[in-house]
Design a protein around this ligand. Structure first.
Ligand SMILES: [Zn+2]
Length: 733
């Protein structure tokens, strides 16, 4: 076999040499060009490594990050839907820089009456409107949302500040030196939005029974991130691109009507004050129940409670360390269940809060999905470090916070639900609980890079969902991104774009990066190399602030895979995959040299003499002679069917070529050529396939692994004889 291939090689070598000679004559007139090769390293795109973000993608020896601790007293007034807060902030300057001011995020101002968000949207008069929308649009009727900052103080004395829409600058009395801390207070209140009617990723839903379901987040002034990548990350909150937040320790007391049930970020410190003895006993049971959720508040109990209206209040006291945010949910409508999850020997609680309107769907799936998510994500990243994860039912919301998230998925009023509603709910819970890992712990800058949390999270979500239900339609596989990528280029942005100006946000920041990582794992790197590298990234950057470079570099650093071509194409451009079969030439083994070879033999006699015995490859079927090789192979089978296949690449992306060969007897064989096959020619490449039986079909990317946008050129069916004649003539030319 070996010798056979050597001869074949020589044959092509000589032919190539001749082709080369013919074309060199034109070389002199060609213009020079810069290196545009798709495999060139990304030195033109990536930030220069430094001693905080190293060239290996790991945190450097000088890595530092700020820490912000909050002590808060919160009061929710149900009669007015207002929330009041008294907040003590301790800012630790762990950087090497002297700070003259601090920046604080006032997210609620995005929905204030003077918000710039609606003004920055192009609009046209609609032919029909609801009276509510008419008032909003043409009568400029304000709703009174947005923060009221009552006072900002240091040691009880007023502190100078300036509010620029959703950002507040705290003017420090004196510069804050490295290693120093600054303690100050903010007293505030705001009117809570109805998240169903007014929109928003937090707020409340009002039910016909007069009760509200409060899912409260972005509810307190929060410090911006300061680092050596962005300086102060104080880009305004337009409503879409999410948050950049520092880690810190939280101590929060929340006062609500005493018949409410609550969950929040952190550990509940005063169980005895807020839960009944019965509820605490049930919770103790739940802490030992690893198979099924235990009801802490049953539906029957919740249905009694939701009919009452207490005038007294209760204060729930939570504490959380090393979290980047805090959120809570409260209502008298809640059913509550919980179960224990074993994370590598440590018990973590998976729990859910939902009104009866969420049943029977929620009692069946929510807590189990939370548990499955914690297990699956822990396998791919690191052991879930917090004590619990909570899923809260909220209409039309899917939003994540440390240890708690708000999720949609509501059955019809009669309790029936479609597969779509059930799968949507399983999907959103997996997704939002998964956000505990990205970005709550691997704390990337969401305001700047949506894909770093949404994309990475949506990728791990695929694997977690398939683990929960192997037939689950994740919607995030390479085949699912084809329609978007193959669509109108003017509506598509590269993944590496800031979220506020991206047009098709979902496919851009969720599906495409998730599908890309899935492709990287399944097709390009393989699970063994990918999983180790991905876990390395997660572990290097847990409880830290990674950048895109840290991800790209770590994936290569931990795997010895040069993936610059993939990052460059998939993340920095809107190029598409389209690889096709341009031409297939059946060739035959023979002992008869063609006229052309005969000519060469005469012309290069010395060279051919040095080669000794030769067998030949011909395109003339009649000359085929499989026996030409018999005497050289010691009775082994000779592959007498030979096919020269030309693959072309109308798409801009380079990708591995996955080839499926179907033989005459129906058996199939796969061969994969790495993306690097396109290194020297970005347009077309040739491969020769040999076989002891006829190949009746050749298909590229048979399992739709590479997001190929046009599969009409992916197959070579058995051609009719006239086509054979056509290419025979071509070969002769
Ligand atoms: Zn998300």
């Amino acid at each position: 076999m070996k010798k056979f291939y050597l001869v074949l090689f020589s044959f092509f070598f000589i032919t190539t040499a001749f082709v080369a000679q013919e074309t060199t004559e034109n070389k002199g007139t060609q213009k020079g060009h810069t290196d545009e090769n798709k495999f060139r390293q990304m030195k033109d795109l990536l930030a220069t490594p430094n001693d905080q973000h190293t060239a290996s993608g790991a945190p450097g020896h000088q890595y530092s990050q700020q820490k912000v601790d909050y002590v808060m007293d919160i009061r929710l007034e149900e009669s007015t839907n207002k929330i009041y807060g008294d907040e003590k902030i301790t800012y630790h300057n762990n950087s090497k820089d002297v700070l003259e001011y601090l920046w604080v995020q006032l997210d609620q101002n995005m929905r204030a009456d003077d918000s710039k968000t609606p003004l920055a949207q192009s609009n046209a008069a609609s032919a029909f409107l609801t009276p509510e929308n008419f008032k909003k649009e043409f009568m400029k009727e304000g709703k009174g949302f947005g923060f009221n900052i009552e006072k900002v103080t240091v040691d009880g004395k007023p502190l100078s500040y300036l509010i620029n829409w959703t950002m507040m600058r705290i003017n420090l009395p004196k510069p804050l030196n490295p290693g120093e801390k600054f303690v100050f207070n903010i007293k505030w209140n705001y009117k809570i939005n109805n998240s169903v009617k007014d929109g928003g990723r937090s707020g409340f839903e009002d039910f016909p029974d007069g009760n509200n379901n409060y899912t409260i987040a972005q509810f307190f002034p929060r410090l911006c991130v300061y680092n050596n990548v962005e300086g102060w990350q104080n880009m305004q909150f337009w409503g879409r691109s999410e948050f950049a937040l520092e880690f810190g320790d939280y101590e929060v007391k929340i006062t609500v009507p005493s018949d409410h049930i609550m969950e929040a970020t952190g550990d509940l410190l005063n169980e005895k004050d807020v839960l009944t003895k019965e509820q605490r006993n049930r919770f103790d049971q739940a802490r030992k129940s690893f198979k099924d959720p235990v009801m802490i508040v049953t539906q029957a109990e919740a249905e009694v409670t939701e009919k009452g209206r207490t005038t007294t209040t209760k204060t729930w006291h939570y504490s959380a360390n090393m979290v980047r945010d805090f959120a809570f949910a409260t209502s008298r409508k809640y059913i509550w269940d919980a179960m224990a999850v074993n994370i590598n020997g440590r018990t973590v609680m998976a729990t859910s809060l939902y009104p009866k309107e969420g049943n029977p769907l929620w009692e069946k799936h929510s807590t189990r999905v939370v548990a499955n998510t914690l297990e699956e994500y822990s396998k791919l990243t690191f052991d879930y470090p917090y004590s619990k994860a909570v899923s809260v039912h909220a209409d039309r919301q899917g939003m994540e916070y440390p240890m708690i998230c708000f999720n949609y998925g509501r059955p019809n009023p009669d309790g029936t639900y479609s597969d779509r509603v059930r799968d949507g709910m399983i999907g959103v819970i997996t997704h939002e609980v998964g956000h505990n890992f990205f970005p709550m712990i691997v704390n990337s800058d969401e305001r700047q890079w949506t894909w770093m949390d949404e994309g990475l999270n949506s990728f791990v979500e695929i694997l977690a969902e398939l683990d929960y239900d192997p037939n689950f339609n994740t919607g995030n596989l390479p085949k699912d991104i084809v329609r978007y990528m193959g669509g109108d280029q003017s509506n598509i942005s590269p993944i590496m774009s800031q979220g506020d100006y991206v047009k098709q946000f979902g496919p851009n920041a969720y599906t495409k990066p998730a599908a890309g990582l899935y492709m990287l794992r399944q097709t390009i790197m393989g699970p063994e190399l990918f999983d180790h590298a991905f876990r390395t990234y997660a572990q290097r950057w847990r409880f830290k602030h990674p950048t895109p470079e840290d991800f790209f570099r770590t994936m290569e650093d931990a795997s010895a895979m040069d993936l610059d071509w993939f990052w460059r194409g998939w993340f920095y451009t809107t190029d598409v995959t389209d690889i096709g079969i341009k031409d297939v030439k059946p060739l035959y083994l023979t002992d008869k040299p063609s006229e052309r070879v005969q000519k060469l033999k005469t012309q290069y006699k010395d060279y051919f003499d040095s080669l000794g015995d030769l067998v030949y490859i011909t395109d003339i079927k009649e000359d085929a002679n499989p026996n030409a090789m018999i005497k050289y192979v010691d009775g082994k089978e000779v592959p007498s069917y030979i096919y020269s296949v030309e693959f072309d690449k109308p798409g801009g992306l380079v990708m591995p070529i996955i080839v499926e060969l179907t033989y005459k007897d129906g058996t199939k064989e796969r061969q994969t050529f790495p993306a690097q096959i396109w290194m020297k020619d970005d347009n077309s490449v040739k491969r020769v396939f040999s076989s002891s039986q006829e190949i009746i079909n050749i298909t590229v990317d048979p399992d739709l692994e590479t997001a190929d946008v046009d599969t009409s050129n992916n197959s070579w069916p058995k051609r009719e004889s006239d086509k054979f004649d056509q290419f025979k003539n071509k070969v002769q030319n």
